[in-house]
Design a protein around this ligand. Structure first.
Ligand SMILES: Nc1ncnc2c1ncn2[C@@H]1O[C@H](COP(=O)(O)OP(=O)(O)OP(=O)(O)O)[C@@H](O)[C@H]1O
Length: 340
């Protein structure tokens, strides 16, 4: 009942996929820790946009900067980090926000789901308290918050919500607990959901159920979702658009269908060739040569050039700008050699 009311309210001002207002806008974000000669760059010129009701993937190998990028939307920067560029959630300037404003932002507009649900829930608090605290903090009366918790548990497929609210986290399996976390993340009807490898710790069947549930809930609530994953199959199945990260930079952006069908960056192509099922009937799996690099240790010019089969001398000279190629925006001097 409550969910339907919520839905109506969300859709009235043009919610869901039709809303053009961005849930998240990261513009030319650069991040470094340390100062002077000791400064270590972590991200360079990262631009990511998530529309309301849109699911946007952030993919790349371990250490490429996916989590750092996602966490900036919550104002969670590494200790001593300096950021330049812009990070806006709805109309809030995250980089300029004070502690109180950030707390408010996290309480009302942005939620995050991590890989391990047990890390997000206090083990000694009952599920009911976990679900109602965000609502209570927003001024929802105790009784209405309790009803809403039951409703949310029902929506995420927890049987016997009345019993579940009295139980503790250890009484749930990993998959069931991740459902509870999803219910908690959506309880405050955030405009933006950051999902950082939300299914990596789950077995394959549970993974599919949780992803299906996330999509369904996200659509119903008109929430924008930034979906961080190293799993291309999952990104292809879940995301409308995808950004590919390498060594602290975005190297390609495209609609999901075109990115996985016709990659324009040699790194995207290499990732696809290293992933058996996204690549369909091409059964030969080729590991990407060399190892992924952090931004601080990447070569001059294009960061990928020491692993790239297409690299030439000019790739060492400058960091390639993003330019359109086919339906992608790609940071490569030779995309026509990847997709003619
Ligand atoms: N506080 C910090 N100080 C220094 N370096 C950091 C800090 N936090 C992250 N890094 C480095 O920044 C890079 C990007 O880290 P990040 O966690 O964003 O990668 P990721 O793409 O999410 O990888 P994974 O899939 O393994 O989580 C890594 O090389 C990491 O070691």
């Amino acid at each position: 009942m409550l969910a339907k009311k919520t839905l109506a309210r969300r859709e009235a001002p043009g919610g869901g996929a039709g809303d053009r207002r961005d849930a998240l806008r990261i513009s030319e974000l650069s991040l470094a820790v340390g100062t002077g000669e000791r400064a270590i760059p972590l991200l360079a010129g990262v631009t990511v946009r998530v529309g309301r009701g849109e699911t946007v993937g952030l993919v790349g190998e371990s250490g490429s900067g996916k989590s750092l990028t996602a966490r900036t939307a919550l104002g969670m920067l590494p200790r001593g980090a300096r950021a330049t560029g812009g990070v806006t959630v709805s109309d809030v300037d995250v980089l300029a926000a004070g502690r109180r404003e950030l707390r408010e932002l996290r309480r009302t507009r942005v939620s995050m789901i991590f890989q391990d649900p047990r890390a997000s829930i206090n083990p000694v608090r009952r599920i009911g308290d976990y679900l109602t605290e965000g609502l209570r903090a927003r001024g929802v009366p105790a009784r209405a918050a309790a009803e809403r918790a039951l409703d949310l548990l029902d929506q995420v497929g927890i049987r016997d919500p009345g019993g579940a609210v009295r139980r503790f986290p250890h009484e749930f399996s990993g998959g069931m607990l991740q459902r509870v976390v999803i219910a908690g993340a959506l309880s405050t009807e955030p405009e933006l959901l950051l999902a950082d490898e939300p299914t990596t710790a789950l077995d394959v069947t549970t993974q599919a159920e949780v992803v299906g549930l996330l999509k369904e809930m996200q659509r119903a609530h008109g929430t924008g979702m930034l979906f961080v994953t190293h799993d291309l199959d999952l990104a292809a199945a879940v995301c409308d658009r995808v950004y590919v990260m390498y060594a602290g930079r975005i190297v390609e952006e495209a609609a999901s269908a075109s990115l996985f069908g016709a990659p324009a960056h040699p790194y995207t192509r290499a990732l696809l060739e290293a992933s058996p099922s996204v690549h369909g009937d091409k059964v030969e799996i080729r590991a990407i040569r060399g190892r992924p690099r952090a931004l601080a240790e990447s070569p001059s010019g294009c960061s990928f050039r020491d692993r790239c089969p297409l690299a030439g001398d000019e790739c060492a000279e400058t960091v390639p700008d993003h330019r359109p190629h086919g339906t992608s925006l790609v940071a490569c001097l030779r995309p026509e050699q990847v997709t003619p």
